[in-house]
Design a binder for this molecule. Sequence first.
Ligand code: PFF
Length: 447
Amino acid sequence: HINNINQSSSKDDRFSSSGFIFAAIGSAVGLGNMWKFPYITGQYGGAAFFILFIACLVIVGLPVLLAELAIGRGGRGSASSSYYKLSGSKVWSGLGMISVIAPFIIMSFYAIVAGWTLHYAMLSFSGKLFSNSDFTGQFNGFMSGYYPIVWQIVVLLLVAFVVMKGVSGGIEKFNKVLIPGMLALLVIIMVRALTLPGAGSGVSFFLSPDFSKLNEESALVALGHAFFSLSLGMGTMITYGSYVKKSQSLGAGTLAIAGGDLLYALIAGLIIFPTTFAFGIDPGQGPGLVFIALPAAFSAMPFGAFFGGLFFLLLAIAALTSTVSLLEVPVAFTMDRFGWSRKSSVWIIILGCFILGVPAALSLGVLPELTIGGKVVFDWMDFFASNILLPLGGLIVTVFAGYFYKGVADEAGLTAGWFRIWLFLLRFVAPILVVFVFLHTSGLIKF
Ligand code: PFF
């Protein structure tokens, strides 16, 4: 019983220094980097969009990430109670609830797409995927059955298993093995992609910019994606921050996490663009790029089943380490708010995610009539969490850290000059830009 209490209290269960960096990179690197980033880069102009994305990471991503980590470590609590502990005000803990609800919703549909990647990894390794070259038909066939739900359950059970083991014994161990392992495997696939005949035009599409392709819309998409990619605005970095030792530098951590996120996005681009260009595939074709277009490319290359399987496995790993961080947010919240044990929190929350996720999964296949105002349930959940709650959560972070959090300078531990720059970005630049993203993604302004 004593053991149980120790395990379930988050107070002394902390990350080691490197464990924190790996866990946070694990959260940041996910389907956003490997699935969404390539197709939006394809849609919004290639290299110029990539540069814009980097600028957004630096100007808004870094300051907000540091702010979230500082709020978490200063408050030493879940996303909502950290705000309360630092401000003494119920208004802030109420606002912080946005960052507890958002990851719960995101996890409900993110786990579904994570399930697709596991399914595709199996199909690819077994060679079944390549027995029939109608990849659109195969994808639609998969989606219109009940398999997506079976895989959703597998994903939820896997992440439950990790999170149940606690911060250092579960989340840290899982990421410390998988994140470096993933990098090694990605480099292997990247070499394969870069040595395909015709790969060069893909590389130049990705790396030689044509700024005339940029407009207001691409700027807002890049900023929104920088947020999503760094897992900001959803309480994950506040929650992970609450497990960081006092002696660790948050500034250095912030740079390492954003650098890691960027590195994985770069490698994903250096896999997807050379491959799609080598096989004459349009990289801007949208969400189907990875599941429909890439299998066509893998089927045409030597050892394609192996490389395809490896690619989908990596996608699955990236998705799982992000899902773990999403699960930890509501788990940490229910533990410190209601005093639940870690185990009960995990079970109850994954059950909730399953229940919320099933209509989303079905709305993409068996029950396409599950729509509201012409949008399927899956898209609504994505829209509500990623386009409404995420920018709101981000805005709350910047306003709180920029104006209301008294001890922020101590916690951030920056030198005076950097602190001034940081505060300026947090107080003026980030909130204004985030409001623009919100107006754009919520559909209130259009270009
Ligand atoms: N950063 C993850 C990705 O790029 O796929 C997604 C994500 C994870 C967003 C955790 C938000 C979050 F809290």
